[in-house]
Design a protein around this ligand. Structure first.
Ligand code: MG
Length: 488
């Protein structure tokens, strides 16, 4: 390839990423607690070393950027590296270090503040983080709204205008759908199975069976472990790992986290092997990544057909299901209830939680909202969107970890995941047949061909245009929800 020398140089950056991933995985899965300080220092140092190695690529990137006759892959490599170089060169290292120091402290304070339901305690840290995020947006530069600079970090090319048009379409329609579901009563707002405890060993065995049903390459290219918060991490196209957790009751939670993370893992496992160890051998954006997990979790995992497939297994292993039919389990998997906590939200109400966070982040970054107003603003939004009102800040403005980590611009990608999953649903032929007949291979091949194999070669909007001849169009998601919850 024309850019061989650049790819060779890049291998050192890749090796550092590989090592960091393993250290991060170990930190969540295996590490004794007292190891945290040393691990934090080691990771911080590796991050600095990575920055140095990446900056060394600048001359080669400059050189190839001028070439007119690059192929798609080469152009992708240059684009991805240019974005990374821009991040490192436009933001002074002192600012990144300050953000790092602030968020490290803020994570601890946020946990305490949440426990005490005391927003005032977290407020000075959040104020500082918002200031730093504004500085970062300014340094990165933007057209239009300053929040665009931050959105772009998680979803390349995605802007406030795009987000506004997604939410302006979604929210009123979701509201209508939600009202109809509630008045028809075919899907419950509560279910007795939510409170039933399970045997963790039994659930573990069910999760292992689920991985077999989904045909995950357990032991050869994939593994599953337990951690406090479920996640997926890829060390290589041949080494992708997920975690789940066991809450001890409400057995759908652990199951759906396994299916969700398996969706993320499949994306990484289906990236073309020739992209391994290159800058484009990764998922292209948070939104596209989340579309894979949500497609498998919600559209497949919570479908009537999938329930039919796994009901015998559940019934055989979970003695408390003896009084519950397949239909009962389907309804339990699809409880629809306006609730306070985003991570517990169902697929109908979920996007309201994101819309609220989006409006707040956009306002904070543009200095149109002040941190002091957040608790009451939050509660008013919840009331307006979902008709529920938090009793305290722990179940309101303090519920998510993201702001303490400085992840401004991240939240909207959850909704993009849902929106893109809806597009996949619309374009994948005979999905229901494929699920009920366990032809998951055909589903995977569709996703591999349209999305996964390309890694980050094309920016997300171009990838979506190539795959579906459309970009972030929420109509498909709305149609899917109407068909499932209101149709026939
Ligand atoms: Mg996810």
């Amino acid at each position: 390839m024309r850019i061989d020398d650049l790819l060779r140089e890049y291998r050192s950056v890749w090796a550092l990423d590989h090592a960091r991933s393993l250290l991060e995985w170990d930190l969540e899965v295996n590490m004794p607690v007292e190891g945290a300080a040393a691990r934090g220092e080691a990771l911080a140092r590796l991050t600095l070393i990575r920055r140095e190695y990446l900056l060394r690529l600048k001359d080669l990137v400059d050189k190839y950027e001028e070439s007119k006759d690059l192929n798609d892959l080469e152009r992708g490599v240059i684009r991805v590296l240019r974005r990374e170089l821009k991040y490192y060169t436009s933001i002074p290292p002192e600012i990144l270090e300050e953000l790092d120091r602030t968020t490290t402290k803020a994570a601890v304070v946020w946990r305490e503040a949440k426990k005490e339901s005391n927003f005032e305690k977290f407020k000075p840290y959040l104020t500082k983080i918002v200031e730093l995020e504004q500085t970062i947006a300014d340094r990165l530069g933007y057209e239009g709204h300053p929040y665009n600079a931050l959105l772009d970090l998680y979803e390349e090319g995605f802007t406030v205008n795009d987000a506004d048009s997604v939410f302006n379409k979604l929210l009123p329609n979701l509201k209508t759908i939600l009202e109809k579901i509630r008045s028809e009563g075919r899907f419950p707002e509560r279910h007795p199975l939510e409170e039933v405890p399970y045997d963790v060993n039994v659930m573990r065995s069910i999760n292992e069976e689920l991985l077999k049903i989904l045909e995950m390459p357990v032991g050869s290219r994939f593994r599953m472990d337990v951690s406090a918060h479920p996640f997926t991490i890829s060390m290589s196209v041949n080494d992708v790992r997920i975690t789940t957790r066991y809450e001890g009751k409400d057995f759908r939670a652990t199951m759906f986290s396994v299916i969700h993370e398996s969706g993320h893992a499949m994306y990484e496992l289906m990236i073309d092997p020739s992209l391994e160890m290159t800058p484009v051998g990764r998922g292209v954006s948070m939104g596209v990544h989340e579309s894979q997990s949500r497609f498998w979790e919600n559209i497949i995992g919570r479908s009537r057909e999938f329930v039919h497939l796994i009901y015998p297994l559940l019934k055989e292993r979970l003695p408390f299901l003896k009084d519950y039919s397949e239909d009962d389990v389907y309804r339990y998997f699809n409880i629809v209830r306006p609730s306070l906590i985003r991570v517990d939200a169902d697929e109908v109400t979920y996007n309201f939680h994101i819309a609220l966070r989006y409006e707040i982040e956009k306002g904070l970054i543009a200095n149109k909202l002040s941190v002091s107003d957040l608790p009451s603003l939050w509660n008013d939004f919840m009331d307006k969107y979902l008709g529920v009102r938090p009793r305290n800040d722990a179940e309101g403005v303090l519920q998510d970890i993201h702001w303490s980590q400085g992840s401004f611009g991240y939240f909207p990608t959850y909704t993009l995941g849902n929106v893109i999953a809806g597009m996949i649903y619309a374009k994948l032929p005979q999905l229901k047949d494929k699920v009920i007949n366990r032809r998951f291979n055909e589903i995977r091949e569709f996703l591999r061909d349209r999305i996964c194999r390309h890694g980050a070669i094309y920016p997300p909007k171009e990838l979506l245009m190539r795959a579906f001849n459309d970009t972030y169009n929420p109509d498909y998601l709305l149609n899917y929800l109407r068909e499932k919850y209101l149709g026939g």
